[in-house]
Design a protein. Structure first.
Length: 256
C-alpha cells in the first residue's frame, strides 16, 4: 500500500477517517472529517468518496456522512465480541433484574491499557452518573473492570502493562506502574474488586473476571451504583455468579 509523504499507508489514513465518528459525532461533513482526522482536505475527500462507494460510509440528504449499514453488517456478523455480547445478554439482564443497578460487560486491551465496553444494562436510578459508554473506552488502571482483568492476566502481561506510568485520559494525572502492580495480588486473591469512589466519587463499582477454557481472562462483568444505593456483599455474590455462568458458556464455545 502506497505511503503518503507523512509515511502513513492508505489503510492508516482510512482509519483516521473512520475514527472521526463517535456517539456525539455520528454525522459529519467532509470539511469536519478533514479537520478531525488531521488530513489534507483533498485526501480526506478522496477517502470519504472511496469509503462511500464501498458502503462503509453513507452519504445523507444533508450532505453529511456517517458509518454505513454495510460497515455494521461486515464487522459485526463474524466478530467474536458480538458473539460474546449475545452470550452475555441474558446473564447481564438477570443481574440487572436482581440488583436493579447498572451492569456492564467489558474486555481488556492490554496493549493500549484500556477497557472496551461491549454491553450494558442501565440502572433505574436516574441520578446515577457514569462515564463508561457502550463501544467506548476507559483507562485500565482507573476502573474496577480494568484492574480485575489485569489482576488475572499472565505475569508477563502484568509486567509489561505496569512497566511504565499510567496516564489518566480524563484528568491527565500519572500513576506509577509499580503502585498499580502492588494492588493486583490482593484483587487476585479475593477473585473480585470493589472500587469505592474512583472516577465518580459518589459511586461504588464491583467487578469480577470471565475466563475461557484455557484460563485466560477474556472479559469482566461490572456493577455500578451510588454508594448509598448498593449492598456490596449482595452485588459481589451476584456478579461472581454471573461471571461463573458466562465463563462456562465461553468454555463451551469452540471460538474461545
Amino acid at each position: 500500500m502506497a505511503n503518503s509523504p507523512s509515511g502513513e499507508t492508505v489503510l492508516q489514513r482510512t482509519m483516521r477517517v473512520l475514527h472521526c465518528f463517535d456517539a456525539e459525532n455520528a454525522r459529519l461533513g467532509a470539511s469536519e472529517i478533514a479537520r478531525r482526522s488531521g488530513l489534507p482536505s483533498s485526501t480526506a475527500h478522496r477517502l470519504v468518496v472511496e469509503l462511500t462507494s464501498v458502503k462503509l460510509l453513507e452519504r445523507f440528504s444533508d450532505g453529511k456522512y456517517g458509518i454505513g449499514t454495510h460497515a455494521w453488517e461486515t464487522f459485526v456478523r463474524a466478530n467474536p465480541l458480538e458473539r460474546m455480547r449475545l452470550q452475555a445478554q441474558t446473564i447481564l439482564s438477570d443481574v440487572r433484574e436482581e440488583l436493579g443497578q447498572y451492569v456492564c460487560l467489558a474486555v481488556p486491551d492490554f496493549v493500549d491499557r484500556t477497557i472496551l465496553y461491549v454491553e450494558r444494562f442501565d440502572s433505574t436510578d436516574s441520578q446515577l452518573r457514569l462515564l463508561g459508554r457502550h463501544a467506548g473506552r476507559l483507562d485500565l488502571h482507573t476502573t474496577s473492570l480494568g484492574l480485575v482483568m489485569l489482576a488475572f492476566a499472565s505475569p508477563q502481561t502484568i509486567k509489561e502493562v505496569t512497566s511504565s506510568p499510567f496516564k489518566d485520559s480524563i484528568s491527565g494525572d500519572f500513576t506509577d506502574g509499580a503502585a498499580v502492580a502492588a494492588m493486583l495480588p490482593e484483587i487476585r486473591a479475593k477473585g473480585h474488586f470493589v472500587l469505592l469512589g474512583g472516577l465518580i466519587p459518589e459511586n461504588t463499582a464491583v467487578a469480577a473476571p470471565i475466563f475461557d477454557r484455557k484460563g485466560v481472562v477474556r472479559a469482566a462483568v461490572g456493577v455500578v451504583a451510588r454508594n448509598d444505593e448498593i449492598d456490596v456483599n449482595q452485588a459481589v455474590s451476584v456478579v461472581l455468579d454471573a461471571c461463573q455462568k458466562l465463563s462456562v458458556r465461553l468454555q463451551k464455545d469452540s471460538l474461545y
